[in-house]
Write a protein that binds this ligand. Sequence first.
Ligand SMILES: Cc1ncc(COP(=O)(O)O)c(C=O)c1O
Length: 455
Amino acid sequence: MDKDWWKENAEGVPHLVTDLPGPKSQAMHARTTKYMHGLSGQVQLFPVCFDEGYGVTLTDVDGNKYLDFSSGIYVTSLGHCHPKISEAISYWAKRLMNAHDFTTPVKEKLMEKMAEVLPGKLNAIQLYSDGTAAVEAGLRAARAITGKHEFISCFRDFHGKTMGAVSCAQMVRGDVLSYGPTRAPGFYMVPRPNPYRPTFAKPDGTIDTDRYIEFYEEFIREATVGNIAAFVLEPVQGWGGSIFPPDDFFPKLRAFCDKNGILLMDDEVLAGMGRTGDWLTMSHWNVVPDIVTFGKSFGNGFPVTAMVVKEEYADALDKISASSSYGGNPMACAAALASIEVIEEENLLENSTRVGEYFVKRMNEMKENHPIIGDVKGKGMLLGLELVKDRVTKEPFEEAGKLVYQKAFRKGLAWIPAGHILRMSPPIIMDEKYAEIGLQIIEESITEVEKEFGY
Ligand SMILES: Cc1ncc(COP(=O)(O)O)c(C=O)c1O
């Protein structure tokens, strides 16, 4: 496959033919929301109706063409409708759609490919059909491996919306899950290091990773019965705003887990499979987790996810059945296998790293000219710009975040808001030319918002 397959379609993007959202989008959205409720903030802030996606572009029902800085929602990382992946899915859509958890030829190939690309003998695998189900399986695996029942997770991480996954995350006020006794017993949360906003800092103001680890020791001693199965966390906070830990965190957390007989469970549903420039984001810090979950980019849009444990724990997986109605069906395996092959064939780990560096360099230049940019975040193509009212107080600038999101969308950039942190997850096939086009739209929007707020 020619790695430039998406470029002809992208020429001239964004290309707008109506004001946004256009009249057809608005009418279709109004008819849909007569029945469909509870949409994300992203959709509520910009109610557009998409009709097509190809490579790095999206087209709405009015014929407006947008540059994609979202990949769906961190999902279509290899571009919309990658021809190889669409072809692989449609082959099995016409041949065998479901065979429960029986072996199929494409499943055999996927298992071998995953074992080949994942580091550290992470090769005992189960397949599911959404990220949350993979996380739940990871929690079950941790209990099956250790015979212990408690879990530690981190403030502001996200793991999904079922009871186990939500018990590892923040209870959102007003969310139905926050009514009544919500967090399942035995689930505890602790802060994780955010270098821009440290809970524990050294006298010079820089983050004190050792103090976090000491706090975890103390917390386990004082607040739990000391029966911790796993420490569960995202390698990078995705929904939390593209927050990267300091470089010494994961090596120190790994040592802490080993010392205390706790498994390290790494939820890579959002960050894994190429987005940050590696198969496994924790590899950036040379750390191998005991349990890992993949989703989103794993099938590039087809609902397929995985829960993987180290070979030495493989036997424990027999205690937790991998049977699921849709998990690992032939179309799903074909999508995941083709996605991994595309990453290899098109050198997309290298592309994500190189273009990600370009993003970070350009965003740091933008920071010099824009007082409301407090911090720049990024590794590979998992990126963020943190907006603050004042660089000294670091007060989050929520209103500016929403406005910049809407203005940039109106200029033809499809992307993801998260309050005051502008998150970006462009398809990792993108090159510097389109990165620059999108960044200029964002910079223009920031300039307009700064003017409106009197900066
Ligand atoms: C880190 C992480 N884990 C789990 C999930 C849940 O995945 P899904 O929405 O596919 O159930 C998400 C979704 O955003 C996520 O970001």
